[in-house]
Write a protein that binds this ligand. Structure first.
Ligand SMILES: Cc1cc2nc3c(=O)[nH]c(=O)nc-3n(C[C@H](O)[C@H](O)[C@H](O)COP(=O)(O)OP(=O)(O)OC[C@H]3O[C@@H](n4cnc5c(N)ncnc54)[C@H](O)[C@@H]3O)c2cc1C
Length: 447
């Protein structure tokens, strides 16, 4: 099974034989035999290729270089390392890191893929933007040709005599010969590395930012770009919680509410931070049940529901008014205190009537926001806000909504419906919770 394909697993063939030579001479012996007998053969590193390059011909021979995995020479002064082809990419950097060097071409498969495979595929990764690809880091090769002869191409020098046949062989997908000894160029590790992560509305905008960085004369040592689909796929698969490493690049958030006012408010506040807020209805997600007696339980249930059905990070809020003399009622039932259908006027009437003859009028507007990065997020972000006041019998003011005309702010003695909007946003439970949420998201991004 192992040798039937590379990472392009839907193309498969059963080889007639697999050989694991340990040196150049053994590779030559196998290749000569195949050449003489007219048997097809293919070189194989660790089989992480995605182009089917190491897929054998049915009945042919696989020449696995996996056992030729020695680092033969490390020369920090000359900035060269000589390796056998089966050495894993990352092991080259590990061998020279203590001397302050690294091997720059870094495919994402670098822990596993081999230098031989990298040579054949001219592999690269995030560091190649600054440092170039494998072809820019191979200075010499021993190559076993298809008839079994071995030739030396290049040397430790950067610009050896003669035609540049290395440039022809590197990237030729194993079709021109089998590399059995490879001389690599290593580069100095930077003294300091700073990692930045930025979110953009579109990939065009991200590309323009990269052009802008380069045009400003700054050459980042590594650059990686993920589009929305990739971010979502990564979140679903391993829930890295983007941006910053273990931090949080959540760039698309589902809002577990279809309330147009809330959507506008969250978009206004979160879009400048790089978040694309999508209402759950847009994704065909129905509203979740809110069976709990606490705001936080309901908010968590709503956020988890939206995340489960979207596969995306989700944000939910729950809020209401709690009156001390009523044991915290209306509480989570604030929106439907007077029963269905929901009505602000009937809710206010019910509240005032419940407080008839009650001296203690203390009340608290409460808002909790819960953001889950994924369904099973054990550490949701929770932000809350509390606004203290009292319930007045006679409604005042024409702004606001809900219980605002009957809720008198403790300090200004104005009702929520009398306060100018900007002042209300400063004081309100929702304003407090949003500011706390934004501060938390900012901390995550900076972490
Ligand atoms: C998760 C994942 C992430 C990846 N990320 C990247 C990435 O970021 N960048 C990138 O470029 N690639 C990437 N790849 C593709 C792959 O890892 C590279 O192409 C890698 O160079 C293959 O190395 P390998 O040892 O697995 O080679 P194999 O798959 O075994 O072989 C690849 C090709 O090299 C030939 N070959 C192998 N050894 C030799 C040799 N000694 N002499 C001559 N020819 C030989 C084979 O015949 C075949 O044609 C990724 C793959 C995976 C699965």
């Amino acid at each position: 099974m192992t040798y039937e394909s590379d990472a392009l697993v839907h193309l498969r063939a059963i080889p007639g034989a697999v050989v694991l030579p340990q040196n150049t001479e053994e590779v030559q012996a196998v290749v000569r035999l195949c050449y003489r007998e007219g048997v097809p053969f293919v070189a194989r590193g660790h089989g992480t290729g995605l182009s089917g390059g190491a897929t054998p011909t049915a009945g042919g021979v696989v020449v696995s270089l996996a056992r030729m995995d020695r680092i033969l020479q490390v020369d920090p002064e000359g900035q060269r390392v000589v390796v056998e082809p089966g050495v894993a990419n990352l092991d080259v950097t590990r061998a020279v890191a203590a001397d302050g060097f690294f091997y720059a071409p870094d495919p994402s498969s670098q822990q596993v893929c081999t230098i031989g495979g990298n040579v054949a595929e001219n592999s690269g990764g995030a560091h190649c933007f600054k440092h170039g690809f494998t072809v820019h880091h191979v200075t010499g090769l021993t190559l076993v040709l298809p008839d079994g002869d071995a030739v030396e191409l290049g040397s430790a020098a950067l610009d050896p005599d003669g035609p540049d046949l290395l440039g022809l062989v590197v990237g030729s997908e194993g079709t021109l010969g089998i590399a059995t000894r490879i001389t690599l160029r290593i580069v100095r590790s930077p003294e300091v590395v700073r990692t930045l992560l930025a979110g953009f509305e579109t990939t065009d905008a991200a590309g323009a930012a990269v052009s802008g960085i380069v045009a400003a004369g700054i050459l980042p040592s590594a650059l990686e770009m993920m589009d929305r689909l990739t971010i979502e796929a990564a979140e679903r698969a391993v829930a890295p919680g983007y941006p910053a490493g273990a931090g949080a690049v959540i760039d698309r958030l589902v809002l577990a509410s279809n309330n147009a006012g809330k959507l506008r408010e969250f978009r206004r506040l979160l879009e400048p931070l790089g978040y694309d807020v999508v209402p759950q209805a847009e994704l065909g997600i129905a509203e979740a049940d809110e069976p709990h007696v606490t705001f936080i339980e309901n908010a968590l249930a709503k956020a988890r529901h939206a995340s489960t059905h979207s596969g995306l990070p989700a944000l939910a809020d729950d809020s209401g008014i709690c009156v001390d003399a009523l044991g915290g009622a209306p509480g989570v039932l604030s929106a439907r205190y007077a029963g269905e259908p929901k009505s602000d006027a009937r809710n206010n009437e019910a509240l005032v009537s419940a407080l008839q003859g009650v001296a203690d009028r203390r009340a608290h507007y409460y808002c909790v926001l819960v953001l889950v990065r994924h369904t099973r997020d054990p550490q949701p972000i929770v932000a809350e806000g509390i606004w203290h006041g009292t319930v007045v019998d006679t409604p005042r003011g024409s702004g606001g909504f809900g219980y605002d005309p009957h809720f008198e702010d403790r300090d200004s003695r104005l009702t929520g419906a009398e306060l100018p909007l900007a002042r209300k946003n400063e004081l309100s439970h929702r304003g407090q919770a949003l500011r706390a949420l934004i501060a938390r998201l900012g901390e995550e991004r900076a972490a």
